[in-house]
Design a protein around this ligand. Structure first.
Ligand SMILES: *[C@@H]1O[C@H](CO)[C@@H](O)[C@H](O)[C@H]1NC(C)=O
Ligand SMILES: *[C@@H]1O[C@H](CO)[C@@H](O)[C@H](O)[C@H]1NC(C)=O
Ligand SMILES: *[C@@H]1O[C@H](CO)[C@@H](O)[C@H](O)[C@H]1NC(C)=O
Ligand SMILES: *[C@@H]1O[C@H](CO)[C@@H](O)[C@H](O)[C@H]1NC(C)=O
Ligand SMILES: *[C@@H]1O[C@H](CO)[C@@H](O)[C@H](O)[C@H]1NC(C)=O
Ligand SMILES: *[C@@H]1O[C@H](CO)[C@@H](O)[C@H](O)[C@H]1NC(C)=O
Ligand SMILES: *[C@@H]1O[C@H](CO)[C@@H](O)[C@H](O)[C@H]1NC(C)=O
Length: 270
């Protein structure tokens, strides 16, 4: 029953569409409209869209080189194409020690790239790409943020105190101390300094005399504005040998390990 009824319904609708004079008229009308639109577009110099694309936000670490791109599909009649930031304007070929500005991209997609060399906190902010052409103007911004910066760390421990230092930190950080599940942050005394680049040096000391030295002390660099730890380091105070080596800092400890490896190698060769 079903099989025979379905084709009949379909036939009926087809006939309805074909015979409707309304549908034919609509087609004619839409044809006229597009002809009118076409005429308008050709004869009237309407200020057309000037396409311009940038990345809304770019996050960088200190010391990195970061490239901001600004792309368009406009091929001719570009009269001005530049990046503007911090009261400075950069157009094609303009470079200095901190910034390089280049025209890149395919012929059909011109692009103006701005490379920020050795990014530091002072480089954060809004970068505006501006394009002017005989067709009109457009501008588009990229927000540069600086985060997760840590240049070096240092630690020392002896029977009376433990110290952790971090330098080249950005954004601002604080040091948390713990031993196992015990939070020792409250016992720490912290020092903070800002360097010329706007980064921070932060160090913290806790007095461990009379504490349990069987378990390691942990210092962690907490970045409050990001709600995360950037670095974690454990300080052990186990036997006298490691104690004396550790007290000279992590860097010396590495040298000591290399020395040990070298001694072993020499022994092996003999
Ligand atoms: C600017 O560029 C964007 C992205 O291509 C586009 O959506 C917008 O319409 C343009 N504005 C003007 C005024 O051309
Ligand atoms: C950044 O660019 C400069 C200049 O081109 C270069 O000397 C330096 O090695 C680059 N740094 C990194 C981290 O790529
Ligand atoms: C930009 O320059 C103007 C005038 O030259 C000055 O008033 C303003 O403070 C400058 N802004 C910055 C962020 O340097
Ligand atoms: C590590 O700490 C020692 C002593 O506190 C100091 O002399 C040294 O400069 C520090 N090194 C770094 C890389 O911070
Ligand atoms: C532990 O180290 C600090 C500085 O790093 C020093 O002032 C102190 O005398 C040392 N204490 C002992 C018991 O070695
Ligand atoms: C330790 O205590 C400090 C405050 O004294 C707090 O900010 C931190 O979140 C605590 N750390 C842990 C791991 O609970
Ligand atoms: C530390 O370990 C030693 C032996 O491993 C043990 O005799 C001593 O009681 C421990 N001290 C603490 C405070 O747990």
């Amino acid at each position: 029953m079903k099989d025979t009824s379905q084709p009949r319904v379909r036939e009926g609708t087809m006939i309805k569409v074909m015979s409707s004079p309304c549908g034919v008229r609509t087609q004619h009308v839409s044809g006229w409209v597009s002809i009118i639109w076409l005429t308008l577009a050709i004869s009237v110099p309407v200020t057309a869209d000037v396409p311009l694309h940038t990345t809304a936000e770019v996050a960088a670490r200190c010391g990195e080189n970061v490239t901001l791109t600004c792309g368009t599909a406009l091929l001719q009649d570009i009269t001005y194409f530049a990046w503007v930031a911090k009261n400075k304007t950069y157009s094609e070929g303009q470079s200095d020690a901190e910034v390089q500005c280049k025209r890149t991209g395919m012929n059909s997609n011109p692009m103006l790239s701005l490379t920020l060399i050795n990014v530091m906190p002072g480089d954060k902010g809004k970068y505006l790409c501006k394009l002017r052409s005989t067709q009109g103007t457009n501008s588009s911004a990229t927000l540069v943020t600086v985060q997760d910066c840590l240049e070096s760390y240092n630690s020392s421990i002896n029977k009376s105190q433990a110290k952790c230092s971090f330098s080249g930190v950005y954004p601002r950080g604080i040091i948390h101390w713990s031993q196992g599940d015990v939070n020792l942050t409250g016992l720490g005394s912290t020092q903070e300094e800002e360097d010329q680049e706007g980064r921070y040096s932060v160090s913290s000391t806790i007095y461990v005399q009379g504490g349990n030295h069987n378990q390691s002390y942990k210092c962690q660099l907490w970045i409050p504005s990001h709600g995360k730890y950037l670095f974690s380091h454990e300080l052990h105070l186990t036997d006298r040998l490691i104690d004396s080596v550790m007290s000279s800092g992590g860097m010396v400890r590495l040298q000591w390990i290399f020395l040990m490896v070298e001694i072993l190698m020499v022994k092996f060769m003999i």
